[in-house]
Design a protein around this ligand. Structure first.
Ligand code: FES
Length: 161
């Protein structure tokens, strides 16, 4: 009678038990790494970074006397009136539509519900409850016009050039 043939693994150093231990350790490491990633995301604040409210409008020379310049990306008007340069928000005070300067009429008009404003932002007609917002404007040390869109002025402010 012959003896049963015992099958040897190809790698005698790794037994079945060791393979299961390594698989378990690997699973625990993968689960720990996943938990650390989710834990980090849970603990870090979910912040939305917005662009600065301060706009560099360039040199005052770009705004000749008597002009109204609309800066569409910034949502503001730069007006050079008789008292100097000032900045108005182009956002309608009714429901927030972007208004447009109508040079042929000399007014600012809102395309949504028909509000109309003078070049100083005061209301002519329409459902807008308030005039357009006057924004803080000043000259930087380099001589550029800076406008802070987040700061509404309670009284008129001009930059004289
Ligand atoms: S949003 Fe301008 S009139 Fe309504």
């Amino acid at each position: 009678m012959s003896e049963p043939v015992r099958k040897e693994s190809k790698n005698p150093d790794v037994s079945r038990r060791q393979a299961f231990v390594q698989l378990g350790v690997g699973s625990i490491c993968a689960a720990s790494a996943g938990a650390m990633v989710f834990g980090y995301e849970f603990l870090t604040p979910n912040v939305l970074y917005e662009p600065s409210p301060i706009v560099n409008a360039g040199k005052p020379d770009g705004y000749p006397p008597g002009t109204v310049t609309q800066d569409l990306p910034s949502g503001l008007y730069l007006v050079h009136g008789s008292e100097g340069l000032y900045a108005l928000s182009a956002v309608c005070t009714h429901l927030g539509c972007l208004t447009a300067w109508k040079p042929e009429l000399g007014i600012v008009a809102c395309p949504c519900h028909g509000s109309k404003f003078r070049r100083d932002g005061s209301k002519i007609e329409g459902p807008a409850p308030r005039p357009l917002r006057w924004l803080k404007i000043w000259l930087s040390d380099e001589g550029d016009l800076l406008v802070d869109r987040s700061e509404e002025l309670s009284r008129k402010q001009f930059v004289r050039t």
